[in-house]
Design a protein around this ligand. Structure first.
Ligand SMILES: Nc1ncnc2c1ncn2[C@@H]1O[C@H](COP(=O)(O)OP(=O)(O)OP(=O)(O)O)[C@@H](O)[C@H]1O
Length: 311
């Protein structure tokens, strides 16, 4: 199997040059191709192009970065049936590796990869209207706004360098808490219609974690063919903060203002433009009245990992 290691030098607090200079020769000796991304979307575009040129070749993309880089890699190889993914989590959140498993970047990587287990998992196929893939989660509202404003800020880079990158989310969370305007959401799942008022956010999950370890969907399982939908609604600003903090432990599900729905597919519309994220990456605005659709895709992804969380 061809092995291509894709490094995002911009993920997390940046690359450890000394570690790289030690490990890269080992990876090259083991036959790995080494790519460094040059900009946003580069990983996705290069992977898509490679898959187009090698339609029948088995390949493992070993992705060094965070959830955004893995999101790009999976979308780049969306039509390639022979792709396997492995994660070297170097981002600030790393929810992909937290659930699906990952590898350390060291001289033993080639050996560990060869003895790893490969498992199939669902993915989320979503459209608004262009069809894309999310692997961990996607959603709309407050959390997408926080991620968007934090990722745009220069403060994130600075705090990442100081190894306290997550603090930037707290800063922007407080800002959004003051200014965010809840919205109305009409949602259809399993032929049932729901109408939610004063919605803060809605998350569609394929696995439990989002936002760097918050347990937004405690029962989500990437092998059950279902999406776990969480809608947080009808709360004052103060109570919303309380509920949001409880997501770190996954105890938010006890609040009556948190609705949980399980379904293979979901469609929703909001009464105003709301920001959408997929795997923490900005996906622009869902315009008022426009439809956002998501489904647990029948097309699976294959992930190589050391023993996963459920073992
Ligand atoms: N060379 C590059 N320069 C600038 N941005 C890049 C480069 N390569 C990739 N990117 C972008 O960097 C962004 C951040 O990557 P990623 O999400 O993997 O890291 P992170 O934000 O630190 O981690 P996480 O998503 O797990 O919190 C992504 O949007 C990706 O497209």
């Amino acid at each position: 199997m061809r092995k291509i290691a894709v490094f995002n030098p911009n993920a997390g607090k940046g690359m450890n040059q000394r570690q790289l200079s030690e490990v890269l020769p080992v990876l090259k000796d083991a036959g790995f191709d080494i790519w460094f991304t040059a900009s946003k979307h580069d990983a996705e575009n290069r992977i898509r192009e490679w898959c187009r040129i090698h339609p029948s070749e088995r390949v493992c993309f070993i992705v060094s970065g965070g959830d955004g880089t893995m999101h790009e890699a999976i979308n780049g190889a969306a039509d390639h049936p022979h792709a396997v993914f492995a994660s070297i989590p170097t981002g600030s959140g790393n929810d992909f590796a937290r659930y699906f498993g990952g590898f350390e970047l060291d001289e033993k990587l080639p050996e560990r990869l060869n003895s790893s287990v490969i498992k199939q998992h669902d993915v989320i196929s979503y459209g608004m209207p262009a069809v894309r893939t999310a692997v961990s989660n996607m959603g709309a509202g407050f959390d997408a706004e926080v991620a968007y404003s934090a990722n745009q800020s220069k403060l994130k880079k600075l705090l990442n360098k100081l190894s306290i990158g997550k603090v930037v989310y707290v800063v922007f969370l407080i800002r959004q808490l003051m200014s965010f305007k809840p919205f109305k959401l009409e949602l259809t799942a399993d032929n049932k219609s729901y109408s939610f008022d004063r919605v803060w956010f809605m998350t569609i999950s394929n696995q439990p974690y989002f936002g760097g370890g918050m347990i937004i969907a405690p029962t989500a399982d990437s092998k059950d063919g279902e999406l776990d939908i969480t809608v947080v609604h009808g709360l004052s600003r103060l109570k919303f903060l309380l509920v949001f903090v409880s997501v770190f432990k996954g105890t938010h599900t006890k609040f009556k203002e948190v609705s949980l729905i399980r379904s293979g597919a979901v469609s929703c519309r909001s009464d105003r433009a709301v920001r959408v994220h997929a795997d923490g990456e900005d996906n622009g605005l869902l315009k008022a009245g426009h439809e956002l659709k998501a489904a647990a895709s029948t097309r699976k992804i294959r992930v190589a990992s050391k023993l996963a969380l459920d073992e």
